[in-house]
Ligand binder design. Sequence first.
Ligand SMILES: [Cu+2]
Length: 162
Amino acid sequence: MAKELVVYRHKSSFLLRLVVYALIAAAIVACDAKNVEKEPEQQLVVTNAFMYALPPGKTVGAVYLTLENKTGRTHILNYVHSPIASKVEVHRNIYENGMMQMRHVPHLTLDPKAKLVFEPGGYHLMVFDIEKPLKENDQFELNLEFEGGHYLMTQVDVRSHK
Ligand SMILES: [Cu+2]
């Protein structure tokens, strides 16, 4: 009788162990699923962000950078923030009616696998009301806010005019 009881207990702890292993396995799968979900946002990449040093008294400048969407999904850039400025906007220069026009692009669509180079004469980030004069080799922070509440932070290098 006592022996049977021991056997029974042994079986039950084996079952319990199985359940625990199953739960651990499920937790690992859940973690993996989370990582996969997070990955697309990590594959939005900003590189080579820079601004030309501003002449004394000037408080508005243009930032140039390369924005890459390495994901298979469309992403929309809705807002850009910087601690050094009151406002940052996505602008695009368009040559129209013999004149260079500057347009505000409030929602910039980045197609899957798209690489967009912000450069003089094209896309740029207009930075308004810069609080302190920016000299060569200064750096400041820029935060890009995409639809769905995903943020991308980058440092902007201040370069001298050539
Ligand atoms: Cu502009």
